[in-house]
Design a protein around this ligand. Sequence first.
Ligand code: ADP
Ligand code: MG
Length: 185
Amino acid sequence: MSDAKLRLLSASEQQTRDVGEYLGRWLRRGDVVLLHGDLGAGKTTLVQGIARGLGVDDYVQSPTFSLVHEHEGYDGDGKPVRLYHLDLYRLSGETELDSFGFDDYLVPTDGISLIEWPERAVDRLPDRYLLVRLEHHGEDQRRLTIEGVPPDGTLRARLETLRGDLHGLVHAADRDDPVEEKPAQ
Ligand SMILES: Nc1ncnc2c1ncn2[C@@H]1O[C@H](COP(=O)(O)OP(=O)(O)O)[C@@H](O)[C@H]1O
Ligand SMILES: [Mg+2]
């Protein structure tokens, strides 16, 4: 039976970046990815991998002074894809979301939105998204859980392709020691 969630164990920063690179090639225009995890869990590292998978040339780091950074990448056919990288860690309140047009990033028709600290905008999240949770597991290991929300939506079938892509790249996390189930908040 296939699990609707993809659980992976990354052994290094490089592996997390490699997972991101596969993700970057797998994502499609219109996708919104919420990245959930503590400081240092590896959200930005994963974003850097995703950017690499999309052939983004710029150096990708967490937006410091602005909450959004935009990059230009390319899909498998060489057509441009916008990469919207949001980091809501420093969000001061809901009004600030409106100041930069947050809602538009939730329907990225010409690209892909990646959102760090989505829980800061809990009342404004979309109905459909890819949720990636990253959790510390020792100094250099991270547990990654990738799932589509809603769980029975269209992302589920696409996740099976991703499972195949990632097979062999990183260990599947041990099912007997499951990732603690936490609501996305
Ligand atoms: N397996 C791993 N995956 C990702 N980062 C790792 C891993 N092991 C160690 N690290 C370190 O953890 C930190 C992750 O930082 P970052 O990606 O900025 O996290 P976040 O954006 O979640 O705050 C980096 O210093 C990185 O070198
Ligand atoms: Mg970060």
